[in-house]
Design a protein around this ligand. Structure first.
Ligand code: G3I
Ligand code: 9MR
Length: 561
């Protein structure tokens, strides 16, 4: 099927920093020139030549790239190409991504369990507290040395995973990690982002206050009697499309099964948390030490239970985050424990020569190990092979740069990238590229290097320079999702969706097709997106998708190093 959308010039709808690589994508026609129009005066500010016309397979469209990087003067602009409507206006300015980065953190606040969102902070999205989770049953699959099926534990706080109201440790792992990594790698930048949280002003940066909401919950998910970690805290089935405080009809909340993946992800994140919160002993006395102890006992449990894979019990029907491959979780937990403790045995346990580097996702976390080692490379002990660490990051980043260079669209994406949560693949690729950028020496003129340029193209994609012509983040950009598969957004009676969430995005799998009253606009991978509540496979939101948006918007929102 053909693309449904009319041919349009596609830009990053939230704009570009003055020093950034600035590109638009233009449907290929007769024109070979473009103009950048000052949106205030209507005058041409710059004239350039379009790149060669080429076919982009994921949307079967023939396009040209317009590069206007030399334009650095802050202002509001439109792009003009003969024969096409002018692009939407966009800004060039130093703070272009500040609201986006803060808004992406604020989205986590909107998804908090167990707390009322107040009008002063949440505006029209204020709502009563839902799911206190102070009386949670031990599911039969989760019994331990002392805790028996039917026993009651308290496991409050945490974030709702996505458009559903359950809390999953595996997905929490990569999510909290990414927020903590943003702080570890860019402390000043993250401190400067004022989000507006109930805890704001308490001495902790907002990003850490937000991460703590989930870390405090995660700590309750460890069985104190053996160190194993429950896979999830869930209803038996997905809630109806109602607000959280009235979502009480689907049965008791339970914790289900202790798994190796959950326990290792927990160990990794607690090891990172232990490093980060060492500096906040005054604000959270004893937390750092408690986290390290929790990480160690989780690691020990995983050594004794190295292959417990999640098996959905017959009476439980919510998300499974099942992952049969565990070498990456072992490597990641080992790497974080090595960085935090300096104990060489952990470096060896990571099996560095056997552990490859991939773009991170909830089910494949080996990349997080390399990213952390690279970020801490200057203080690692002699056991760590620094050259190997840098090579792992650079090799993958180089491959992404090469992919971007050959792409007609000018972004490092091909047909294989469009699966469930594709926008998070895009953002995690950008995060990998930004790790490589950090390995390079700072450039004197403050110009972006190739890695950062490629990362910029990926953020552009998510913010509107895509064949859908939409920003993929609610509330940001000229055109953005209005009907995400997010229960509060659907049930709250407010026209606008809850802002700051990146939706899953184009997904060639279209797994929700049968339940949707309207068809997808196309079966092509990059056009397999439906802005309808029914579309949980292309239009849901999820904490693990938002976390790399926080990282990438924060990193690309600061001037190049
Ligand atoms: O691993 C296979 C791979 O081998 C194969 O080549 C590929 C082909 O499409 O599929 C891969 O499996 C995919 C898997 O994700 C791993 O990426 C499945 O097709 C795909 O259906 C699966 O989607 C997951 C989805 O749950 C359904 O299980 C998403 O990654 C995951 O983000 C999503 O998570 C849900 C939670 O369960 C519940 N809460 C909402 C959340 C977001 O939608
Ligand atoms: O709402 C659910 C969403 O959070 C999940 O990601 C998705 C896949 O597991 O499932 C959604 O629930 C749907 C269920 O799977 C099938 N019936 C329709 C539900 C959506 O309203």
């Amino acid at each position: 099927k053909a693309a449904a959308a009319a041919p349009r010039i596609q830009v990053n709808q939230v704009g570009y920093l003055p020093a950034a690589t600035k590109r638009a994508t233009v449907p290929a026609g007769a024109a070979t020139r473009f103009q950048l129009i000052d949106a205030d005066s209507g005058q041409a500010a710059w004239t350039g030549t379009l790149g060669a016309a080429a076919l982009w397979a994921p949307s079967r469209s023939k396009v040209r790239v317009a590069d206007f990087s030399p334009v650095t003067r802050p202002g509001s602009y439109r792009l003009r190409v003969a024969g096409l409507p002018d692009s939407d206006p966009f800004t060039i300015g130093p703070g272009a991504y500040d609201a986006l980065a803060a808004g992406a953190i604020r989205a986590f606040y909107f998804n908090r369990a167990g707390i009322a969102l107040t009008p002063d902070l949440a505006g029209p999205f204020a709502r009563p507290a839902g799911h206190p989770d102070t009386r949670v049953l031990i599911h039969a699959s989760a019994a331990g040395p002392k805790r028996k099926a039917g026993d009651i534990i308290s496991s409050p706080k945490g974030w709702y995973d996505a458009g559903d109201y359950n809390k999953y440790i595996v997905n929490s792992g990569i999510t909290v990690y990414t927020l903590l990594a943003a702080y570890e790698q860019m402390p000043d930048r993250m401190r400067a982002l004022k989000v507006g949280l109930p805890e704001s002003g308490n001495g902790l940066p907002d990003v850490l206050n937000e991460a703590l909401w989930n870390l405090d919950w995660m700590l309750t998910m460890q069985d104190p009697d053996d160190g194993g970690v429950y896979h999830k805290l869930t209803n038996p089935s997905f809630d109806g499309v109602v607000m959280p405080d009235v979502a009480t009809k689907s049965g008791d909340r339970v914790v289900v099964q202790k798994t190796t993946a959950a326990t290792l992800d927990f160990a990794a994140v607690m090891a990172v948390g232990s490093r980060v919160f060492k500096d906040f002993e005054k604000e959270r006395p004893g937390l750092s030490a408690r986290m390290l102890a929790a990480a160690r006992s989780a690691w020990d449990w995983a050594q004794a239970h190295p292959d417990v894979i999640y098996r959905q019990p017959p009476d439980i029907h919510t998300g499974d985050y099942g992952d049969p491959t565990l070498d990456d979780e072992f490597a990641w937990a080992a790497a974080e424990l090595y960085i935090t403790t300096g104990e060489d045995a952990f470096y060896a346990a990571m099996k560095p020569t056997k552990t490859t580097m991939t773009v991170p996702s909830w089910g494949d976390v080996r990349g997080l190990a390399w990213m952390s080692l690279a970020a801490h490379r200057d203080r690692l002990g002699a056991a760590a092979d620094r050259a190997l660490i840098e090579r792992r990051i650079r090799d993958l980043a180089d491959a992404l740069v090469a992919k971007g260079k050959t792409s007609a669209w000018g972004v490092a994406l091909d047909e294989k990238d469009f699966n469930w949560g594709s926008n998070s693949n895009v953002l995690n690729q950008a995060m990998v590229l930004l790790q490589a950028d950090r390995l390079d020496a700072p450039r004197p003129g403050g110009q972006p290097g190739t890695y950062r340029q490629t990362a910029q193209g990926l953020l552009d994609y998510v913010m509107g320079r895509n064949p859908l012509g939409m920003s993929m983040v609610t509330g940001f950009g000229t055109r953005s999702p209005m009907h995400p598969h997010h229960r509060p957004s659907e049930a709250d009676g407010v026209v606008a969706p809850v802002p700051g969430f990146v939706v899953g995005g184009a997904n060639a799998g279209q797994q929700d097709l049968k339940g949707c009253p309207v068809p997808y606009p196309s079966s092509l991978p990059a056009l397999s997106y439906l802005d309808h509540f029914c579309s949980y496979a292309s239009n849901e939101v999820a904490i693990n998708w938002n976390a790399p948006l926080v990282y990438v918007a924060a990193a690309l929102g600061a001037p190049p190093r």
